[in-house]
Design a protein around this ligand. Structure first.
Ligand code: 8YV
Length: 323
């Protein structure tokens, strides 16, 4: 008999096919990801042993308490796990896993795309073309800011931050970083470490956010932090919207303090703050940092590998808690 799985999120055809081949899988029926109530109902009805989901499912302590005893593992198709109460899962003995490593390059690519588009006004230029152009643009009109050779601060120098640093070096940028701990030299690769986040900010022409969400980093980028950046800086966030005070960011973008921002993540998703959509100096994307075909397949497969490991009595590959 195949193990029983609730597939709670929309994912790629290849991942769904593998889930169906290897598991007795309940595949979500609707057009969207399952809600907590739907997951609970499906898990009870199906006596599910595993749940495959992503960050659209808030697995709070209450949600975990509502799961049937049959559930042994929950695998999120994401590296971020701020949507999961890991302590509550641990208390119930439910293994929880994420998908680190496989999405670093694509997420870093996306951050660089947003940085370049924000600095060089990619969206505004595209809009001019789609409206037919046909007027003169003077040498001094519609100017962006130079990227090459500038200083970029990286908040959160984990795997994705380091992948972003590699790209920044390709643009001859000077890399500064802040994180909880200093990296060993072979990972730091010449980047300057700032144990004090605020001390780094005045030196950042660009600031790119790659730290985890959650209470410890909530609103790290607030009005004070933004005021410490040089005038005309550019902010990029592909990590979590919770790291930013969005009112303060809106003020910094409209006052001219920031030249531009590139935002992939928001405090409320998908109901993001529509004030940002009205600003020409903001490049927006709908939380798609990892959204290449190859990477989304790799993330889904990694999550299935984790489930298969746990259900066969092996240790999880990417456990969020361990014995
Ligand atoms: C999303 C992410 O999970 O891995 C993460 O933590 O934020 C992303 O990869 C993915 O976009 C699905 O929402």
């Amino acid at each position: 008999m195949k193990p029983r799985l609730v597939l709670a999120c929309l994912t790629t055809t290849a991942v769904i096919a593998r889930a169906r081949a290897e598991f007795d899988a309940i595949v979500l029926p609707g057009p969207g990801d399952m809600t907590v109530a739907e997951v609970t109902e499906a898990a009870v009805r199906h006596r599910a042993e595993a749940i495959l989901f992503t960050n659209t499912l808030p697995l709070s302590a209450a949600a975990i308490a509502g799961l049937p005893d049959s559930v042994r593992v929950g695998a999120t198709i994401s590296v971020g796990h701020d949507h999961i109460d890991v302590a509550a899962a641990r208390a119930r003995g439910i293994a929880v896993t994420n998908t680190p490593g496989v999405l670093d390059d694509c997420t870093a690519d996306h951050a660089m795309m947003l940085l370049l588009a924000a600095a060089r006004r990619g969206i505004e230029y595209d809009r001019i073309m789609r409206r037919g152009w046909r007027y003169r643009i003077g040498q001094g009109d519609l100017l962006g800011v130079r990227v090459s050779g500038k200083r970029v601060g990286i908040l959160g120098m984990g795997r994705i931050g380091q992948a972003f640093a590699r790209r920044a070096r390709g643009f001859d940028m000077t890399v500064l970083y802040h994180g909880r701990t200093r990296l060993p030299p072979e990972q730091e690769r010449g980047a300057s470490y700032f144990p004090d986040f605020h001390a780094m900010l005045p030196q950042c022409d660009f600031l790119s956010v790659h730290a985890p969400g959650g209470a410890a980093t909530d609103r790290m980028i607030d009005a004070r932090a933004l005021s410490l950046l040089p005038d005309g800086a550019v902010l990029v966030n592909v990590a979590r919207g919770s790291l930013i005070d969005e009112d303060a960011l809106f003020d910094a973008l409209t006052s001219g303090k920031l030249f531009a921002a590139g935002l992939d993540v928001f405090r409320d998703e998908p109901a993001f703050d529509l004030r940002f959509a009205a600003l020409d100096n903001v490049v927006l994307s709908p939380h798609v940092g990892s959204a290449s075909r190859e990477t989304r397949d790799a993330m889904g497969f990694r999550a299935l590998d984790n489930i298969a490991a746990v259900l066969s009595g092996q240790p999880a590959i990417d456990p969020l808690w361990s014995m």
